[in-house]
Structure formats: structure tokens, C-alpha cells
Design a protein around this ligand. Structure first.
Ligand code: CP
Ligand code: NVA
Length: 305
């Protein structure tokens, strides 16, 4: 095996605290329109989507184009991966054509397998385990509205899912306080939680998590692939809706985040998501800036310093 000269983005922990600070600064320059470089000129990104997507697909495709590159949308209906071609073979073949691979799939192990055999950077566009690109965008949104995340309290209300796991990793790397309120049986990944040490903890009471929080965050109760558990989960998550009463527990200037798509009347009330504390549209926009920064670094030779 030759030495790997590239790096992947499979988890928030793939970047150090210092690197994340540079990454956020680069994304902010991009958002402000102060970055005119085309680091992806002549380069291509393959985007494998084994699950549906609006934001991830559009922000990666537009972002690649804005950086001078070309993105290809590959769905299982069209590529041989959907007919059982091994991931390792797909990785080796795609690496002969493209300069980076973004993948959204079910099992996290598939992304790791892809990264193991690819000769180009691999970016995790969501797995059942984690959603690191979204958390970069979420933290950019916190910075945009509240400043540095260090010293802030972040509340996670609901399922200990892929989003929750990536928030926990971020708390560990960046050192802010994260309190997750999850019903019993819906805790985040135990290993990831342990990795964040004293920065992240799980409670059962949403009000305890929200108390004094600067950021209140939630996500769907049934993630992609869990559709048949919807009714069961609606019962388990009763009392976990982020509504006006819960937001009252938080800091006066608290912002509400949701990665979207959202279900009004389930995990969040319409009053909150469409209300004055909601920053979900900025959050969605920040996907574009965050991922452009990641691609510029991983695929375009941009330095994190
Ligand atoms: N938040 C998010 O990842 O949205 P999509 O599923 O639309 O990509
Ligand atoms: N937890 C959700 C996030 C969607 C962006 C899911 O995995 O479906």
C-alpha cells in the first residue's frame, strides 16, 4: 500500500480544534463573498446517495460548481453499486475518474470501507451513525448569531441519532457543554458519548436540557430507514416536542436549530420553527459554505492555517 496523501472527512473528530477554527473562518470568508478562488477547477466530485436528500445534494452540487469543479449525482437506481457491485471496487474505479467522493448511506461501515479503498478524499454525507457536514453548518450558524460556541450550552431534545452523535463529537473536540434529553431506549452511541468526556451528558427531562441553553436543537423522531417505527416512536417521544413552553426554559437570546426536513407538530411546534428564535434557514444555507470549505481543503489544496 502506498502512503495516503489525502484525508477524509468521516467524523467531526477528523479535525482538531485548531483546524476547525480555520475551517469555520474559511467558510465565513466564503459566505461573505471574500473568497474568489477556484480550487476545484478541472476536478470532479462523485456524490453517492443511497438515501434521499434535498440540502446535501444541492449544496454539494452547487458548492462544487462555485469552486470551479463538477459534481456527479449517483443514485443506486443508476449505478452498479445498487445491483451489488462491491463498495471496494466502486471506490477503486471512481478514484480513477474523480477527485473526491461524497457518500450518504445507511451503515457507517460502508463509508469506512469506501474510504479504505478510495485513492481520493471521502466525505460522509450522512450515515445511520453520524452527520458531520450538518454539524459544521450548525456551528457556523451558532457563530453567526451568538459568536464563539465555546462557553455556550447546547441542548439536544429527542432522538440520540446520527445528528446527536455528531453534536457529541463536536462538544468533545470544541469543549462546549452539550446536554441531550432522550427518552430511555433512544440514547446516542455509547462509545461516542464516552469520547466527549464531561462535555456531553444525557438526561431524560427536556426542561433540564433546555434550562439556560443558548442553542436548542432537535431532529425527526424517525430517521431515514426507520419509517416503519414511526408510530412506536411517536409514543416514545411524547413530551419531547420543542415548543414555546420549552423554549421559555432556555436563555432569552436562545436560537432554535433543526437540520430539516422537519415535522411540525411532532418534534417541533410550528410556532417555534417559524418563530423569531428559529435560525433554520441560515442553518440550511450554511451547509453550502461549510462544505465548500471542506472541499477546498480536502480536494483543492487549501491550507488550514
Ligand atoms: N439536513 C439534511 O441533510 O438535509 P437533506 O436530507 O435534505 O440532505
Ligand atoms: N436524522 C435524520 C437527519 C436527516 C437530515 C435522518 O437520518 O433521517
Amino acid at each position: 500500500m502506498t502512503e495516503r496523501l489525502h484525508r477524509d472527512f468521516l467524523a467531526i473528530t477528523d479535525f482538531s480544534r485548531t483546524e476547525l477554527a480555520y475551517l469555520f473562518a474559511l467558510a465565513e470568508r466564503m459566505r461573505a463573498g471574500h473568497y474568489r478562488e477556484k480550487p476545484l477547477a478541472g476536478k470532479a466530485l462523485a456524490m453517492i446517495f443511497m438515501k434521499a436528500s434535498t440540502r446535501t445534494r444541492v449544496s454539494f452540487e452547487v458548492g462544487t460548481w462555485q469552486l470551479g469543479g463538477h459534481a456527479l449525482f449517483l443514485s443506486p437506481r443508476d449505478v452498479q453499486l445498487g445491483r451489488g457491485e462491491p463498495i471496494a471496487d466502486t471506490a477503486r474505479v471512481l478514484s480513477r475518474y474523480v477527485d473526491g467522493i461524497m457518500i450518504r448511506t445507511f451503515a457507517h461501515a460502508e463509508v469506512e470501507e469506501l474510504a479504505k479503498f478510495a485513492g481520493v478524499p471521502v466525505i460522509n454525507g450522512l450515515t445511520d451513525l453520524s452527520h458531520p457536514c450538518q454539524i459544521l453548518a450548525d456551528i457556523l450558524t451558532v457563530r453567526q448569531h451568538l459568536g464563539e460556541i465555546t462557553g455556550k450550552k447546547v441542548a439536544w431534545i429527542g432522538d440520540g441519532n446520527n445528528m446527536a452523535n455528531s453534536w457529541i463529537e463536536a462538544a468533545g473536540v470544541l469543549g462546549f457543554e452539550l446536554v441531550l434529553a432522550c427518552p430511555e431506549g433512544y440514547d446516542p452511541d455509547a462509545g461516542i458519548l464516552a469520547g466527549a468526556g464531561e462535555h456531553a451528558r444525557v438526561v431524560r427531562d427536556p426542561a433540564e436540557a433546555a434550562k439556560g441553553a443558548h442553542v436548542v436543537n432537535t431532529d425527526v423522531w424517525a430517521s431515514m430507514g426507520q419509517e416503519e417505527e414511526q408510530a412506536l416512536r411517536e409514543k416514545a417521544f411524547a413530551g419531547y416536542e420543542v415548543n414555546a413552553a420549552l423554549m421559555k426554559q432556555a436563555d432569552k437570546k436562545a436560537i432554535f436549530l433543526h437540520c430539516l426536513p422537519a415535522h411540525r407538530g411532532e418534534e417541533v411546534s410550528a410556532e417555534v420553527i417559524d418563530g423569531p428564535q428559529s435560525r433554520v434557514w441560515d442553518e440550511a444555507e450554511n451547509r453550502l459554505h461549510a462544505q465548500k470549505a471542506v472541499m477546498a481543503v480536502l480536494m483543492g489544496g487549501e491550507q488550514l492555517r
